[in-house]
Design a protein around this ligand. Structure first.
Ligand code: C2E
Ligand code: CA
Ligand code: CA
Ligand code: CA
Length: 279
């Protein structure tokens, strides 16, 4: 047992230590990132499959960390969630996305949404409704131009509390979508109760759908279920024309992915919006 114990220690300790050190380092840097203006948003276009029209952009956070280049949210969002920094960062994302969309609107963008990702902690701590309301007010953006992306795990973690907040958010006039749909366990009853507008089909089912009959069956089932509940569907991770055609056949409403555009810096997003408008 001793021998085994030592082996286990030798195998796991170094990676655990560097992992912890890594997270500590990210956490220390992140604490100052907000004040030092190191965070920024990229925007990825969302397209209506039937008309080819631009219907919105999803705001995706990036961290321009001195000496580290552009840090991916997959690396720092989990740390921000762990230490609670996601609450002020989330409020910053809401303010920045709304202000940006208001500027694009003033520059001639047609009606569309900016979609903002929310973390579970934003429902538990802080005042999400107030953050959303303040972001819209300060920007002078109509609520219909803002969409909030929730995950299934948010809906399930504390249903009564989350439902109360979701209902207040709906009253403000924002729209709601369920992100990464299909990876969690939300039931039809939940979707009805929360009155969301749209399901975002997780990219794990979308990316190689042309090669995997099972994925086709899953996406078909999600689209049919969504439509029977009066919800729209958007497929994420659309990387090529073959996937696009298959999604069209399955009746998916909207698409997002590298096939149309990668997440773009703000300046490039305005060019994309104005070019899309010209057709
Ligand atoms: P997500 O919300 O599921 O966002 C979609 C991710 O897929 C983005 O990664 C996007 O760049 C990537 N993606 C889009 N199209 C394609 C494609 O065709 N192929 C492939 N392979 N990937 C594609 P990103 O920007 O690195 O964001 C990762 C995750 O970080 C997001 O996943 C989201 O969960 C989280 N995140 C990003 N911004 C925020 C934020 O402001 N707040 C919170 N709470 N989470 C955020
Ligand atoms: Ca998302
Ligand atoms: Ca997603
Ligand atoms: Ca995700």
């Amino acid at each position: 047992a001793k021998h085994q114990g030592r082996n286990t220690w030798c195998t796991f300790a170094p990676s655990m230590l560097s992992d912890a050190a890594d997270r500590l380092d990210i956490r220390n840097g992140l604490a100052q990132a907000l004040q030092r203006d190191e965070l920024m948003l990229y925007y990825q276009p969302q397209i209506d499959l039937a008309t080819g029209r631009l219907i919105g952009v999803e705001a995706l956070i990036r961290w321009q960390r001195p000496g580290h280049g552009l840090v991916s949210p997959a690396r720092f969002i989990p740390v921000a969630e762990e230490c609670g920094l996601i609450v002020p960062i989330g409020a910053w994302v809401l303010r920045t996305a709304c202000r940006q969309m208001a500027q694009w609107r003033a520059a001639g963008a047609p009606p569309m949404v900016v979609a903002v990702n929310l973390s579970a902690l934003q429902f538990g701590r802080g005042d999400l409704e107030q953050d959303v309301h303040a972001a819209l007010e300060q920007a002078g953006l109509p609520a219909g131009w803002l969409e909030l992306e929730l995950t299934e795990s948010i809906l399930l973690q504390n249903p009564e509390q989350v439902l109360a907040i979701v209902q207040r958010l709906r009253k403000l006039g924002v729209s709601l979508s369920v992100d990464d749909f299909g990876t969690g366990y939300s039931s039809l009853a939940y979707l009805k109760q929360f009155a969301v507008d749209k399901l975002k089909i997780d990219q794990s089912f979308v990316r190689a759908i042309d090669a995997h009959p099972d994925d086709t069956a899953i996406v078909r089932a999600i689209v049919q279920m969504a439509h029977s509940l009066g919800l729209k569907t958007i497929a994420e991770g659309v990387e090529n024309a073959a996937v696009l055609e298959l999604l069209r056949k399955l009746g998916c409403d909207e698409v997002q992915g590298y096939h149309y555009a990668r997440p773009l810096p703000a300046a490039d997003t305005l060019s994309f919006i104005l070019a899309a408008q010209q057709g």
